[in-house]
Design a protein around this ligand. Structure first.
Ligand code: ADP
Ligand code: MG
Length: 728
C-alpha cells in the first residue's frame, strides 16, 4: 500500500495552496477554481441557477434581483477560495486580455467594512476604455465603452481575483472586442444549422460549434532570452546565424521531453486543471525547444476564452521555471515556426457531430450536407478566411516557404474525393431507385473507411478534413482564435442559409421530395466547389501557378490580405448575419492595419539599434584587434609579414565592407521610415512599411550574420542561436 503523501502546489496562481495527494487524479483538481455547475449548485438558489441556464441556452436576460443573488453567491464562493478582488475579464482588440481589479472590500461608515459584490457590479462595468484600440468608432460616436457579463463562459479565480468573462462594447452598442462578434457568429451558425438539421431531425433545438486548438510554442531559458533585446521587444530574433545543427536530424519531434520542460508542463497542466482548461496532449514539436499543448475540444466561445487565458498562464508559470515562452509565429529564422491549428466541428444538442460520417444513409446525407456546405463556404470566402489569420508575425509562415501557404484550399482525402465524384454523376433531378441504392452503397460503404484512413493527412493543407472535423491550420500561434472562428462560423452560417433557401425552392416549386432536393443542390455545389479542393503539395511552385489559374487568392502580406475585410461582399455578409455592422468591420480593418504598421516600425527600430549600436561597434573593436595584430606582425617580419597575414588582411577588408553596408542600410531604413510616417493614407503607409522597409531587415541581417561568423565569440554581443535553441 502506498503511503499517503501530500504536497502542495505551493506556487499555485491561487493563493490558498491546493493540497494534492501525490499521484492523485487530475480529474479531482479539474475546475476547482471555476464557478461551474457544481459550485453554482452549492452557492446559488434554484431560481438563480435556472436563470443562468436559460441565459446560456436561450440568451435570455437576467433580472436585477436575480443578478444580486448570483453576485452574492459568486462572491461567497470566491472568498472561500481566497479571492479578495474581482474583475471583468475581456479581450480588447490588442489581442491580449484586459482586466481592472476592484476589491470586494467596502467601508460602511463608523469605521466598519464589509465584503460586497452587487448584481450590477457583476453585470456591467465601465472600464476606462480610452486607451484600447478602437479604430475610429469612438471618434465617430463619442462613445464610452462598457463591459457586460457573458454568462456562457463561467467565472474563474486567477491568483486572488475573481475573473468574470465579459464582452466589451461602446455605449452605442458597437463591439470593441473579439468576443462580441464571435458570440453573434456562433448565434447565427446555431440558427442556420438548426433549420437545416430539421430536414433530418425535427427535434434538434441547438447546434454548437466546437473548437479544439493546438498551441505550439518555444520554451527558452529566461536569462538567455532576456539577454536579447530583439526577443524582449519583438518576441522574435531579428538577427542570428543558423547554428551548425538545426532541425535537420529530426531528432526532436515526438522525442523525449527534456526534464526541465517536463517540470514546466506538469506545473502548467496543474494550473490549467484548476482553471478548468481541459489540457490533454503535450509533445515536442519539430524544432529544438519547440513544444505543443492541446486540450479536449470545447464549445467555441469557451475554447477561445480558455486559449486566451492559457497564453497568459503559460508566461506566468514559465517565470517560476526560469523560462520564457515564445508565442511568436517565427521566433527563429531557418527553424520551424509555430501555429495554432483550430479544429472545428458542429454538433447538435442531441449529441450528434454533424461532421462525423454516420452509419445510416440518412445520417450520411446529413453529414454530406454539412461537409459540402462547409467546403462551399470556404470556396466562396477563401480570401476572407485568409484575412482572418493575417498579421505581421504570421506573414513569416504564410507564403514564406513554411506551412501552410497563403493560398486557402481544402484537403478532404482520397475516399471523400471519390464519394463526391460519385455523387456528382447522379443524373439530374430525381434520383432513380438504382441511384439511390448506389448512393447508399457508396456513401455507407465508403465513408467509414476514411476514419481508418485518418493517417493520410496532408500537412501542407491550410484547411483539412480529418475524420470528424475540419482543421484550420493557418492560424498564428499568438493569435486570438476569436477572429478566425468568427469568420468561419459566419461563412458557414451564410452558406447554410443559402442552401436552405435553394432546397426549399425545389421542394415548394418543383414539388421535389426532400431527399432529392437536398441531393440535387449538393450535387450542384460539388460541381462549383472544385477550385478549392486540393490534395497535392501546398508548398510547391506548381500549386501557386495552378491556384492562380483556378482564381484563388494568394495574398502573401498582411496589408494585401486585409483589404477584403472591407469589401462590399464582406460588409454584406457580416451585415446580413448581424455579426458586424459597417462601422465595426471598418474599425477592425483600421486597427489591424495600424497594428501592422506599428509592429514593423518597432522591429525596424530594434534591428536598426542592434545593428548600429551593438554589432557595428563590436565589429570595429575586433577589426582593431586584427589591425593591431597585423601591425605587430609587420614590425616583427618586415616585408615578409604578408606571408603570415593574408587571411587577416582579407578579414579586415571584409569587416569594413559589412560595416559600411550595415551603416548605409540602416540610414536608408530610417529615411524610409521618416518618409512613410508622414503618409496619411493608411493603406499607402502599410504598403510602404511592408514593401520598402521590411525587406531591408533581410539585407541588414545578412551582413550582421556574416559578421557573427567572423568575430571573436567572446566579443559577440548577442546570445547565439546555438545557445537559445539547445539549452535545455
Ligand atoms: P493532431 O491534429 O495533432 O493529430 P488530434 O487530431 O488528435 O491532433 O486533435 C487535435 C485537436 O482536435 C484536439 O484539441 C482535439 O480535442 C480536437 N478535436 C477532436 N475532435 C474534434 C471535434 N469533433 N471538433 C473539434 N475539435 C476536435
Ligand atoms: Mg492538428
Amino acid at each position: 500500500m502506498s503511503t499517503l503523501r501530500f504536497h502542495a502546489v505551493k506556487e499555485s496562481l491561487s493563493r490558498k495552496p491546493i493540497y494534492i495527494e501525490e499521484n492523485s487524479r487530475r480529474s479531482e483538481l479539474f475546475g476547482s477554481n471555476v464557478f461551474n455547475h457544481a459550485a453554482m449548485r452549492q452557492y446559488l438558489t434554484k431560481d438563480a441557477l435556472e436563470s443562468i441556464n436559460e441565459a446560456i441556452d436561450k440568451g435570455s436576460k437576467i433580472n436585477r434581483l436575480t443578478a444580486d443573488h448570483i453576485s452574492t453567491g459568486m462572491k461567497e464562493w470566491a472568498i472561500s477560495k481566497g479571492a479578495t478582488h474581482y474583475t471583468h475579464w475581456f479581450q480588447p482588440l490588442t489581442g491580449a486580455t484586459a482586466e481592472k481589479h476592484d476589491a470586494f472590500f467596502e467601508t460602511i461608515g463608523d469605521g466598519l467594512a464589509i465584503e460586497k459584490f452587487a448584481g450590477n457590479q457583476l453585470v456591467q462595468q465601465e472600464p476606462d476604455a480610452s486607451s484600447f484600440p478602437h479604430g475610429g468608432i469612438r471618434n465617430t460616436f463619442e462613445a464610452r465603452g462598457y463591459t457586460a457579463w457573458d454568462p456562457s463562459s463561467p467565472a474563474f479565480i486567477y491568483g486572488t481575483t475573481l475573473c468574470i468573462p465579459t464582452v466589451f462594447v461602446s455605449y452605442t452598442g458597437e463591439a470593441l472586442d473579439y468576443k462580441t462578434p464571435l458570440l453573434r457568429a456562433l448565434h447565427s451558425v446555431d440558427k442556420a444549422a438548426v433549420s437545416v438539421c430539421k430536414y433530418f431531425d425535427k427535434n434538434v433545438r441547438k447546434v454548437s460549434a466546437s473548437l479544439g486548438w493546438e498551441q505550439e510554442y518555444f520554451l527558452i531559458d529566461n536569462a538567455l532570452a532576456t539577454s536579447r533585446p530583439d526577443i524582449v521587444l519583438t518576441g522574435r530574433t531579428l538577427l542570428g546565424h543558423s547554428p551548425a545543427k538545426g532541425q535537420q536530424l529530426d531528432d526532436h519531434y515526438f522525442g523525449t521531453i527534456p526534464a526541465r520542460a517536463m517540470a514546466y508542463m506538469r506545473d502548467l497542466e496543474n494550473e490549467c486543471m484548476l482553471l478548468g482548461i481541459p489540457v490533454k496532449t503535450r509533445h515536442n514539436e519539430v524544432a529544438p525547444n519547440q513544444f505543443e499543448l492541446a486540450p479536449i475540444y470545447e464549445e467555441a466561445n469557451l475554447a477561445v476564452d480558455h486559449n486566451s487565458l492559457l497564453m497568459d498562464v503559460m508566461q506566468k508559470v514559465a517565470k517560476r521555471h526560469d523560462f520564457k515562452v515564445l508565442m511568436h509565429e517565427k521566433p527563429f529564422t531557418g527553424v520551424n515556426g509555430s501555429g495554432k491549428h483550430n479544429n472545428w466541428s458542429l454538433s447538435t444538442d442531441k449529441g450528434v457531430n454533424l461532421l462525423s460520417p454516420g452509419k445510416t444513409p440518412m445520417s450520411n446525407l446529413q453529414f454530406l450536407t454539412f461537409f459540402i456546405n462547409t467546403i462551399k463556404a470556404v470556396q466562396t470566402y477563401e480570401e476572407l478566411l485568409r484575412a482572418a489569420i493575417a498579421s505581421a508575425s504570421n506573414d513569416h509562415r504564410l507564403g514564406a516557404n513554411e506551412a501552410p501557404p497563403a493560398i486557402i484550399s481544402v484537403f478532404i482525402g482520397q475516399q471523400l474525393t471519390k464519394v463526391l465524384e460519385e455523387l456528382e454523376t447522379v443524373t439530374k433531378g430525381k434520383l432513380s431507385p438504382k441511384e439511390k441504392t448506389d448512393l447508399k452503397l457508396n456513401v455507407v460503404g465508403k465513408i467509414p473507411e476514411i476514419l481508418l484512413d485518418n493517417t493520410d493527412r496532408n500537412r501542407t493543407s491550410p484547411f483539412a478534413f480529418t475524420g470528424n472535423k475540419f482543421e484550420f491550420r493557418a492560424v498564428g500561434s499568438k493569435a486570438n482564435c476569436a477572429n478566425p472562428m468568427t469568420v468561419l462560423n459566419s461563412i458557414v452560417a451564410k452558406q447554410l442559409i443559402d442552401f436552405k433557401t435553394e432546397v426549399d425552392l425545389l421542394i415548394d416549386e418543383k414539388s421535389m421530395k426532400k431527399d432529392d432536393a437536398i441531393f440535387n443542390v449538393l450535387r450542384e455545389y460539388i460541381k462549383t466547389c472544385k477550385a478549392i479542393l486540393f490534395e497535392g503539395n501546398g508548398y510547391s511552385e506548381d500549386w501557386e501557378k495552378e491556384a492562380k489559374k483556378r482564381g484563388l487568392s494568394n495574398n502573401k502580406t498582411t496589408p494585401e490580405a486585409l483589404k477584403v475585410k472591407i469589401s462590399k461582399d464582406t460588409l454584406a455578409l457580416f451585415g446580413s448575419l448581424g455579426v458586424m455592422n459597417r462601422v465595426e468591420a471598418e474599425a477592425r480593418y483600421e486597427i489591424e492595419m495600424e497594428e501592422y504598421i506599428l509592429h514593423i516600425q518597432i522591429e525596424s527600430r530594434v534591428i536598426g539599434d542592434i545593428a548600429r549600436n551593438h554589432i557595428v561597434p563590436t565589429a570595429v573593436r575586433y577589426q582593431n584587434i586584427l589591425i593591431e595584430n597585423v601591425t605587430g606582425l609587420k614590425t616583427i617580419y618586415g616585408d615578409k609579414f604578408k606571408n603570415y597575414a593574408k587571411e587577416q588582411l582579407s578579414l579586415i577588408e571584409q569587416i569594413s565592407q559589412h560595416i559600411e553596408n550595415i551603416n548605409s542600410l540602416v540610414t536608408r531604413m530610417t529615411d524610409e521610415r521618416k518618409s512613410f510616417n508622414k503618409q496619411i493614407d493608411l493603406a499607402a503607409k502599410a504598403n510602404g512599411y511592408c514593401n520598402k522597409i521590411r525587406p531591408l531587415f533581410e539585407d541588414i541581417r545578412y551582413h550582421c550574420d556574416k559578421l557573427e561568423l567572423m568575430i571573436d565569440d567572446e566579443l559577440w554581443p548577442l546570445t547565439k542561436y546555438r545557445e537559445l535553441l539547445f539549452t535545455k
